[in-house]
Write a protein that binds this ligand. Structure first.
Ligand code: GLN
Length: 196
């Protein structure tokens, strides 16, 4: 494990599985530190200042995107210097380009993302996924998941399925197509925290 200093983690709390992200990061920080600063919900720009990292949850990317604009969060997110932990809809929001004209993604991670990339038959599924940096596969839950079908030179693919990349890292940012926040396996949270 990396630096065991206290960290301020926020979760973008506009829509989606916010409480699951808060719980997972609280558990991961408790495992590393015992006493720690509680994870905070972020709805307004003032709450972003001073955070070491921000989770952007799964949910509906078009809705979260609209609420980011409405709450004046686009510029603060573009300027944010901490790490981003983006899952599913969060991964869509962080992309440079998305295969949906309604989306104006933030362009924070060098990747092109396809929404709902697994089609109707496979709207939800689970897979034991080998992930670069983890000693054994991660049991990943995919729910109407995106993939990155192009990953730029500044980013690296940590896990891949036939349809495309499902885990992408760029510096301190981690984008995941699936939902590590809903299980008990927090290895990906630790992988992320190790880099902050
Ligand atoms: N399909 C959703 C979207 O593109 C993401 C689904 C999810 O976050 N579980 O917004």
């Amino acid at each position: 494990m990396g630096a065991d200093r206290d960290l301020c983690i926020g979760v973008l709390a506009l829509q989606g599985d916010v409480s699951e992200h808060i719980r997972a990061f609280d558990l991961a920080l408790a495992a590393r530190l015992g006493e720690h600063t509680p994870v905070v919900s972020v709805r307004h720009a003032s709450a972003i200042d001073g955070l070491d990292a921000l989770a952007i949850p799964g949910g509906e990317s078009t809705t979260i995107s609209r609420l980011i604009a409405k709450n004046g969060l686009r510029r603060p997110l573009l300027d944010f210097e901490g790490g981003l932990f983006a899952t599913c809809a969060g991964m869509v929001l962080c992309a440079e380009t998305v295969n949906d004209p309604r989306m104006d993604p933030l362009g924070l991670i060098e990747m092109r993302v396809q929404r709902n990339a697994f089609g109707r038959q496979q709207e939800s599924f689970e897979a034991d996924l080998p992930v670069e940096g983890l000693a054994s596969p991660f049991h990943a839950v995919f729910i109407r998941a995106p993939v990155a079908d192009r990953v730029g030179p500044g980013a690296e693919t940590l896990a891949q399925l036939e349809e495309g990349a499902v885990a992408v890292r760029q510096a301190r940012h981690l984008a995941l197509s699936f939902h590590p926040e809903i299980g008990t396996d927090l290895r990906l949270h630790h992988l992320f925290l190790d880099r902050l």
